[in-house]
Design a binder for this molecule. Sequence first.
Ligand SMILES: [Zn+2]
Length: 133
Amino acid sequence: MSELKKIQLPQVVYEYLEELVKEGIFSSVEEAINTAIAHMISHASRYGYDSVKKKANKLIEDYTRSVEANKATLERYKEAGVKRYKWLSTDDEATCDKCRELHEKSFKIGDKNAPLPPLHLMCRCTIIPDMDK
Ligand SMILES: [Zn+2]
């Protein structure tokens, strides 16, 4: 278990956890991390510790990659003169309420308060240019 604590979380993950705290989903970053670790441990007995650790690292890597990719996409839109983007979420039973709520919503590029996927680990949401406006 002590080894789990050695997993280095990228800065972006901390920022994300801080956002979850701000949104009231967790009362503190520590609680958010503990919840995530508890979740991993609850799966460890079933899948084995190494596979869970690998999975956790992969989730964080995927999340970080997705954050960077969507930022780059937004930058490309801006350069192409696109003013707004539309949020698209996958609509199935695994889609969380927050992502579902954002589906097909339009946001101004450059608005610092506008949400950008991923909203959470394993978020499958994406963005497209919004040409309607
Ligand atoms: Zn999502």
